[in-house]
Ligand binder design. Structure first.
Ligand code: AP5
Length: 210
């Protein structure tokens, strides 16, 4: 099963991607995580992307399309994959089509803008392994410490409220038109994001299996 998770920043794409990985045993590919790892390792691509990311802007299409082209060639994608955060523009979606990749379903998780800032201001991520938590909705067992690897939990730079606003503007302008793109291809399924993660997961699985 080849899937795309669409939705605003903080809609819960990463959270739901983890649940789908557990159930269907296919890899989740997050362009955001790949870019952050490149940044941490000081690679040329990471350094190029830094200014865009810090400002809450999208990284240029050619950079992310290159990342995805390479990643989808890896062995673990043979039985399917989940794209989390890609595509984010029409040219990126077109690039997937041009690669001959058949997408089975596009799940769009809808969360109103007013709820996004609260969600993102409470998010904490592991500085070591990038696992994601929330001060209220997904607390680690020990405050400030990653359950998975013991790393320190920090706030993402682009989760500052003013950067979240910039990300939302980019989302509405550049990414939301993808709903129409995939609707026309008959692949779009919309899920209303719930306050409860498990409730949302239930709706996502229903959308995948329906
Ligand atoms: P990226 O890392 O992809 O960030 P994003 O899409 O902005 O999405 P987030 O990771 O912030 O949110 P999410 O929807 O995964 O939510 P999560 O599950 O964590 O991209 C970052 C940057 O990289 C971009 O701004 C851009 O610069 C660049 N980039 C990446 N891909 C690109 C591309 N294709 N093209 C160009 N540039 C690109 O949930 C958020 C929080 O809410 C968590 O704390 C979670 O615990 C909590 N939560 C989740 N679900 C619920 C729920 N149901 N109820 C309550 N809380 C919940």
């Amino acid at each position: 099963m080849n899937l795309i998770l669409l939705g605003a920043p903080g809609a819960g794409k990463g959270t739901q991607a983890e649940k789908i990985v557990e159930k269907y045993n296919i890899p989740a590919i997050s362009t955001g995580n790949i870019i952050r790892a490149a940044l941490k390792n000081g690679t040329e691509m990471g350094l190029k992307a830094k200014a865009y990311m810090d400002a809450g802007s999208l990284v240029p299409d050619e950079v992310v399309i290159g990342i995805i082209k390479d990643r989808l060639k890896e062995d673990d994608c043979k039985n399917g994959f989940i794209l989390d955060g890609f595509p984010r523009t029409i040219p990126q979606a077109q690039a997937l089509e041009d690669m001959g990749i058949i997408i089975d379903k596009v799940v769009d998780i809808e969360v109103p803008d007013e709820k996004i800032t609260a969600r993102l201001s409470g998010r904490r991520v592991c500085a070591k392994c990038a696992n994601s938590y929330h001060l209220i909705y997904k607390q680690p067992k020990v405050e400030g410490v990653c359950d998975a690897c013991g790393g320190e939990l920090i706030q993402r730079k682009d989760d500052a409220p003013e950067t979240v606003q910039a990300r939302l503007v980019e989302y509405h302008e550049m990414t939301e038109p993808l709903k129409d793109f995939y609707e026309k291809l008959g692949k779009l399924v919309i899920v209303e994001g719930q306050e409860d993660v498990e409730e949302t997961t239930k709706l996502v699985f229903e959308a995948l299996e329906g």
